[in-house]
Design a protein around this ligand. Sequence first.
Ligand SMILES: *Cc1c(COP(=O)(O)O)cnc(C)c1O
Length: 353
Amino acid sequence: MKKHNFSAGPCILPQEVFQKSAEAILDFNGIGLSLLEISHRSKDFVPVMDEARAIVKRLMKLGDEYEVLFLGGGASLQFAMVPLNLMKSENGKAAYLDTGTWAAGAIKEAKKLGTVDIVSSSKEDQYSYIPKDYKVGSDYDYFHCTSNNTIYGTQMHEFPEVDTVMVCDMSSDIFSNARDYSKFDLMYAGAQKNMGPAGVTVVVVKKEILGKTGRDIFSMLDYQKHIEKESMYNTPPVFPVYATLLTLQHLENNGGIEAAEQRNIAKAKLIYDEIDRNPLFVGFAKKEDRSFMNVSFKILDENKKEAFDNAWKAAGISGLNGHRSLGGYRASLYNALNIESVQVLVDVMKSIS
Ligand SMILES: *Cc1c(COP(=O)(O)O)cnc(C)c1O
């Protein structure tokens, strides 16, 4: 039986996507060949890449000033590609907001290329909130933030107005809410959190911000090269691109980002209400910064932990353990998770108190 999958990533995808992906591996569109054994430059695959790039822009309501890339290397490679492509080679300087382990990972890489100012950080408070007390001036080459902190369960519900290029790691909440995506000059997300299988990363970039560093960039790390070659500079990860396209088509056919946002709000409310009502549980993140995607919480009475763990496992729930660095529990409510699954978890929580 299908489990209620609360995993933080790789994550649950629509069942229809699993089915269609499996079919495509056996026989792609009835051509008598597997998706895995055809040329990425064939007339059968090129439309997949073209439509995958187009649907991202449609869903985000972005115009022709943006380009969409499907790249390998994970979101982690973007920690390096962003400064390589945006930080001036001489006296380069960038502003970063430190809201968690992933943000810190991005900072670590950027420091290898130039000056990095951490404009604000919630590290001292175990990353339990999103700092809001900072300004970013035009003396920076760009500003980098992380919209959703997957491990801690905090999310930026508002974004600052900055006087420079705005970059955001949206790995764990892309396509989950109807934010104004045109506020950003560069967005990236590893597919495996809310969009597709591991192995591909989506980068959405405004063309005008590129080509200004004075640096000769390795071709594979150069956004402009990938744009020129329409994400086919080298052999793209064809299967993750196809499965991501199926997920995004599923999203578009079910009311787009706006409808997904409403479903995600309802799911998050259901579980946060129980965390706040039930004296046995406590949420980790500061309330106003709570994530609608990753709900981190703890059990207060350690004596009831075993009973709770047994009960959720018996209810067919999977992937509820917190990140190893934080402990406790983490319920990830990505787009494909149904509210019925959240109800099952909430019923278990009620039964323990
Ligand atoms: C998971 C995650 C990453 C790292 O993604 P990879 O694709 O594994 O490199 C980066 N940023 C955030 C916010 C994440 O959740």
